[in-house]
Design a protein around this ligand. Structure first.
Ligand code: BG6
Length: 490
């Protein structure tokens, strides 16, 4: 059963209101929360951006573009119209004085309510926007600020952003969003680990052989070429999403499900990551970039054809890494991470591969015993599969066969799975930052990522080509097969 707990009323100000993220994710997420009656009738969404729109033009823009990102099964014309009534638009320029008075006037009608500033803009504007919010006297005690990832481009810029934002907002008002933490399976990982006695005794190097984390996409960089060219897959996906997943798999049980207890444990994992340096980077990482190919029967162009500038052409669209955690629990258990665009299929999953049984009592004719594997699917078809060995039914001797124990959440619970942003946007209003990154976490992640970037630069490790529609460059397969293991791909 779904349970909807209405939140306090709010003003949600979305900077970057005409951008890709607002249109594709934030507005559809707010619409779904509205549809479920979680959003009070007097709440307001105020889109802000440089475009010289008036409210009607903006609403027409949203109506034309955002509605396409609401699935037909949840689209209700009357509710959508009512939802649009809650949206206002202010033209404001982060780099200039224009528009800030209008924003202040719009907000002045409701001084005491929760006020969220969502910065869906380039991170180099974060500091300036905060300064201007302060100068316009908009930072009330009930204000919160949401920073989209990546926070910074490296440790130095992340620190500087954190300083600038921290000069205006207290840490408890700052929400550094990583939408992977809002995915159902990711939260379910905590339930599986800590609400069952069964797994935790096995959750260590005593019984686990290795862990794989994959986030594969079929989409290319599309219209985000400029951003992507400056960023690349390591900064775009690994620094945040993949490392966060790794932390949730590897962390010690927090004392309680409290924002700082959970984040303290994740931080310890980040600090225990073995550094990858210029000496080890070639052995532990693989960079890739897609060339033209075909996905689902349709031809797609290569990355270099999709971006304009020469610098952008150096970015990796795929990365695979072998990561070690130097701790008692995980010593000797590699975590293999990979993420890429234009891959064979869209799939994100965590695979925990257990060790083989210590001794087989079965004769060779019974068949091979495959080690157990726990697969947590983030998308598509969220769920968990535990691969066990069983007996082939019927007579003919005891023959062993792998038997998946499959829990598909959609089938089991029969509910619509909310988009990750839906939960996170409401958590901001509630002031609950458990599923957001704390400043020290972001900086610890960059501390580990920076030497990889430096190692690549120092060794001139250029991205290896892979054909769109495949699982990445051959080196990614070699990375794991060298250790006698294979990527799990079904
Ligand atoms: C974003 C990245 O954070 O995550 C995108 O910037 C990527 O490049 C996206 O496409 C993937 O999210 P999801 O939820 O579709 O796996």
């Amino acid at each position: 059963m779904t349970r909807i707990v209405p939140v306090a009323t709010f003003d949600y100000v979305v900077f970057g209101g005409t951008g890709d993220l607002a249109v594709r994710k934030l507005l559809p997420a707010l619409y779904h929360r509205y549809l479920d009656r979680q959003i009070p009738e007097d709440a307001r969404i105020i889109a802000a951006s440089r475009s010289e729109f008036d409210r009607q033009t903006y609403l027409a823009h949203v109506d034309e573009r955002a509605r396409a990102h609401v699935p037909a099964s949840t689209f209700d014309e009357a509710a959508w119209r009512r939802f649009l009534d809650h949206i206002d638009y202010v033209s404001v320029d982060a780099r200039r004085d224009e528009g800030w008075n209008t924003l202040a006037r719009t907000l002045s009608a409701a001084q005491d309510r929760v006020r969220v500033f969502y910065l869906a803009t380039s991170p180099d504007l974060f500091g300036q926007i905060c300064q201007r919010l302060k100068a316009a006297d908009l930072v009330t005690p009930q204000a919160r600020i949401v920073l989209e990832k990546p926070v910074g481009h490296n440790l130095e810029t992340a620190r500087s952003i954190n300083e600038q934002v921290g000069a205006v907002f207290a840490e408890h008002q700052i929400f550094r969003i990583d939408h992977y933490l809002g995915k159902e399976t990711v939260q379910n990982l905590m339930a599986l680990r800590f609400a069952n006695a069964l797994l935790e005794p096995l959750w260590s190097n005593a019984w686990i052989d290795h862990v794989q984390i994959t986030a594969a996409e079929t989409v290319g960089v599309g219209s985000r070429g400029e951003y992507y060219g400056r960023t690349g897959a390591l900064r775009d996906m690994v620094q945040n999403h993949l490392l966060q997943l790794l932390c949730l798999v590897a962390m010690e049980p927090p004392v309680r499900l409290d924002q700082d207890d959970v984040r303290d444990e994740k931080l310890k994992v980040l600090r225990a990551l073995r550094p990858i340096t210029a000496e080890t980077v070639a052995a532990c990482t693989v960079r890739g970039q897609y060339r033209a190919g075909a996905i689902g029967g349709a031809s797609v162009p290569g990355y270099a054809e999709e971006v304009e500038s020469a610098e952008a052409r150096d970015a990796e669209t795929f990365v695979a890494l072998k990561v070690e955690i130097d701790s008692w629990r995980w010593s000797g258990v590699p975590f293999y991470l990979r993420t890429g665009k234009r891959m064979t299929e869209r799939t994100s999953q965590i695979v925990v591969q257990f060790k083989p049984v210590p001794h087989s009592i079965f004769p060779a004719e019974s068949g091979a015993i495959e080690p157990n594997r726990l697969v947590m699917r983030l998308q598509p078809d969220e769920g968990v599969t535990l691969h066990l060995m069983g007996k082939d039914p019927g007579p003919g001797g005891l023959r062993l066969r792998p038997t998946p124990l499959n829990l598909s959440f959609a089938e089991a619970f029969g509910v619509r799975y909310p988009d990750a942003y839906e939960r996170l946007l409401m958590d901001v209003v509630r002031g609950n930052s458990t599923l957001f990154m704390r400043r020290d976490e972001v900086e610890a992640a960059w501390t580990w990522i920076d030497p990889i970037l430096q190692g690549w630069a120092q060794n001139s490790q250029a991205p290896k080509p892979y054909t769109a529609g495949t699982w990445g460059p051959a080196g990614a397969i070699a990375l794991i097969e060298r250790d006698g293991r294979t990527w799990h791909e079904d």
